[in-house]
Design a protein. Structure first.
Length: 92
């Protein structure tokens, strides 16, 4: 009887230990998963920031190029008009 009781107590203790170990492992896995999610979110945020910065830079470069082209076209038109006016004045 005593041996049976001891065996039962040992089995119960072992089961409790297993339960504690399983709970600890589950908590550890949850923590690791949470940490991984946080790291992934951080990396995604950094990637999004970099992409946004690159897009803004591309837009700025395109706008500057367009403005420069417009200015050069305006300058060429002004020069053409001035030359035409001077030629007209000289011809008349």
């Amino acid at each position: 009887m005593i041996v049976m009781l001891l065996v039962v107590v040992l089995v119960i203790v072992m089961l409790m230990m297993l339960m504690v170990v399983i709970v600890v492992v589950m908590v550890a896995v949850m923590v690791v998963v949470m940490m991984a999610m946080v790291v992934v979110m951080m990396v995604l945020m950094v990637v999004v920031m970099v992409v946004m910065i690159v897009v803004v830079l591309i837009v700025v470069v395109v706008v500057v190029v367009l403005v420069v082209m417009m200015v050069t076209v305006m300058m060429v038109v002004v020069v053409m008009v001035v030359v035409l006016v001077v030629v007209m004045v000289l011809v008349t």
